[in-house]
Design a protein around this ligand. Structure first.
Ligand code: MSP
Length: 649
């Protein structure tokens, strides 16, 4: 089996369609998109795969909780995935869904092959299972608290007949492969973790379940569905035609790169290679386990109520600032913390100040001194040569870093060049040349060099950003060339002269942090109000709640112990309240109506079982009840003192 030269196959994990996708998922997918765009510019025939992991007990339960058939449930969520990827400028070549017929059929064939080979046998499983992660754990791994070592949630005891996969048989071969191919698991530190995991010995893996139906059936046993990770991992080969399209499969397999988060590296560097060995297929060239994007209260997850919605960020800041931030801020491989303040800081300094100003100043000067027509360059002085050398050196540096997936360093190098070009303006002082007699030729050379630097910057930005390179191109009068440019167009001097620049227009407006938060707060309140009005207006029979629904609300009396205004907000107060033996933190929009001091000691009513949320970066676990109209607001308090924690019904 020979993979053709010059193809590049990259994958993201396929995401569970049970939660909303958050900025952590966007991080993985943007990284995969960026390396694909880069390789394409380098002349590779690229294949970029993403998709959704739609089977398993967790999805079955989520669908049930929403009163939907699993297929209908996943269909709806998958649409939101696709919308997000399109808004983020993600250009995947194929979106695989594990519920598609071709995939399901081939997964059955894979299972059958492994069974026929004697690598899968029937047995009995007794042990611990984490349903949200669809993972089996040993007694030692779950510890005394009996929680999943990955996600911290309680595990369930499972006893059932099961098929097992003989992982142990392949352990030595896998270890050898990992040690002989240093690039197979990256980064290095994660590789060592995996080696010591395998060296502790591999148990055979339970690869079927009997207690639920939402999965691919074991082909020769109706009572069993195939373990969701076997189903999911196989996507990387079913999507490119394993057993269905030999040519395409041979063209792209083995994959060049699986990008995954560190939490699922074990599945990709132990279970997946062993499946491939058992199928006599070559292993992927590299599995890269990146770190997590955390919010200040830990890993983002719906259950912790700390997810950052990428759609909202795109609406507020635009797609390129988000892509830039994700790739620039956190070195790929390590964990990093998302913060809106850091994002705004990047927009203001790197994008608006460094790049935006460079473009704006340059195009304005071409308008002012050459009626907007790009001048011909004349002889170079040292300072020009120096700028040109820096530009060409930057191309090489980016290449070096991109080959190691060091996006952060690549962008840092690119921005060094942006800053170097700004410095060139200060060194050459075109505004003085513009005033002096006989300096037209020199001024023309300086402006040509500035425009050429911008052209190079636009081309080098193409792997990372999806709109900005073309907007730069448009303003420097050369949009089509930027659209068509690939990495080979990064030699100096390709900018066309005697064509017109377009009127200068700032590409990244500066953002005032306070103004941003104020606007955001007003928008949220407006939306809340609109929602309430819609509810009031449609007060017909369908909107009445029955007693059971009402009873689902856990309303409690709580005593306020501490109150503190939230910085940057003129409406929000952070409260610490006590509910019998439990203390809670919540955020309330009451700062315009109450001083913090007067709140301490008050008994109030809260909705205790509201989904936790993060408001202005502060965790809120519950909601206070208050009566309000246009101008007034008053807290709902018990008429007589009563023990905190008492139920309101
Ligand atoms: N369905 C499995 C993957 C199967 S691949 C054959 C799965 N899905 S997931 O939706 O839970 O997670 C998908 C990916 O998102 C994982 O790589 C995970 O590490 C990544 N992330 C989830 N939260 C993340 C952050 N907060 N930060 C960075 N990556 C994050 O696992």
């Amino acid at each position: 089996m020979g993979k053709e030269n010059k193809t590049y196959y990259v994958t993201t994990p396929i995401y569970y369609p049970s939660d909303r996708l958050h900025i952590g998922h966007a991080y993985t997918t943007v990284a995969a998109d960026s390396i694909t765009r880069y390789k394409k510019m380098k002349g590779f025939d690229t294949m970029f795969l993403t998709g959704s992991d739609e089977h398993g007990q967790k999805i079955e339960r989520s669908a049930k909780d929403s009163d939907k058939e699993p297929k209908k449930y996943v269909d709806e969520i998958v649409e939101t995935f696709k919308e997000l990827w399109s808004s983020l400028g993600i250009e995947y070549d194929y979106f695989i869904r594990t519920t598609e017929e071709r995939h399901e059929k081939v997964v059955q064939e894979i299972f059958q092959k492994l069974y026929d080979k004697g690598d899968i046998y029937k047995g009995h499983y007794e042990g611990w299972y984490c349903t949200p992660d669809e993972t089996f754990w040993t007694e030692r791994q779950i510890g005394e608290d009996k929680v999943c070592p990955d996600c911290g949630r309680p595990v369930e005891w499972v006893e059932e007949e099961s098929y097992f996969f003989k992982m142990s048989k392949y352990a030595d071969r896998l270890l050898k492969h990992i040690k002989e191919n240093p690039e197979f698991i990256q980064p290095e530190s994660r590789k060592n973790e995996m080696i010591s995991f395998i060296e502790q010995g591999l148990d055979d893996l339970s690869v079927s379940r009997t207690t639920f139906d939402w999965g691919v059936q074991v082909p020769f046993d109706d009572d069993h569905v195939i373990y969701v990770w076997i189903d999911a991992l196989s996507n990387y080969i079913t999507a490119i035609g394993y057993e269905t399209d030999e040519n395409n499969f041979n063209k792209y397999w083995p994959a060049d790169l699986h990008i995954v988060g560190k939490d699922i590296l074990r599945f990709h560097t132990i279970i997946w290679p062993i499946i491939l060995m058992a199928l006599d297929l070559p292993l992927p060239k590299q599995v890269f386990g990146h770190g997590w994007l955390l919010s200040d209260s830990g890993k983002m997850s719906k259950s912790r109520g700390n997810v950052v919605d990428p759609m909202e960020l795109i609406e507020d800041f635009g797609v390129d600032p988000i892509r830039y931030y994700l790739l620039r801020e956190v070195p790929f491989g390590t964990d990093g913390t998302y913060s809106t303040e850091a994002l705004i800081q990047r927009i203001n300094s790197d994008l608006a100040n460094d790049l935006g100003n460079l473009l704006n100043r340059t195009v304005s000067m071409v308008e002012q001194y050459f009626d907007g027509v790009i001048p011909e360059p004349a002889e170079y002085e040292d300072v020009d040569q120096d700028l040109k050398n820096k530009g060409l050196k930057t191309v090489q540096e980016i290449e070096k870093y991109m080959d190691d997936l060091k996006y952060t360093n690549a962008l840092e190098e690119l921005w060094n060049f942006v800053r170097r070009t700004n410095k060139y303006i200060d060194q050459t002082q075109p505004w003085i040349l513009g005033r002096e007699e006989g300096k037209e030729e020199r001024l023309g050379t300086v402006l040509y060099n500035l425009l050429e630097s911008l052209r190079m910057i636009a081309v080098m930005l193409k792997p990372f950003m999806v709109e900005t390179p073309y907007e730069i191109g448009r303003q420097i009068g050369d949009q089509i060339q930027i659209k068509e440019a690939d990495w080979s167009n990064l030699s100096w001097g390709e900018l066309k002269t005697n064509i017109e620049v377009q009127k200068a227009k700032p590409i990244f407006p500066r953002i005032d942090v306070e103004e941003y938060y104020d606007k955001k707060e007003d928008k949220n309140q407006k939306e809340e109000k609109e929602k309430t009005m819609t509810n009031e207006n449609s007060n017909n029979k369908e909107d009445l709640v029955n007693f059971n629904t009402f009873q689902k609300l856990d309303l409690r009396v709580a005593e306020i112990k501490e109150a503190e205004r939230i910085e940057d907000s003129n409406k929000l107060i952070k409260l610490q309240v006590e509910l019998k033996d439990e203390s809670r933190q919540l955020v309330a929009g009451i700062a315009k109506h109450y001083e913090t001091d007067e709140l301490i000691g008050k008994e109030i009513v809260i909705v205790a079982n509201l989904e936790p949320a993060e408001i202005f970066g502060v965790k809120s676990n519950g909601m206070i009840l208050a009566a309000s109209n246009e101008d007034e607001l008053t807290l709902i308090t018990p008429e007589k003192a009563i023990a905190s924690g008492s139920k309101v019904k």
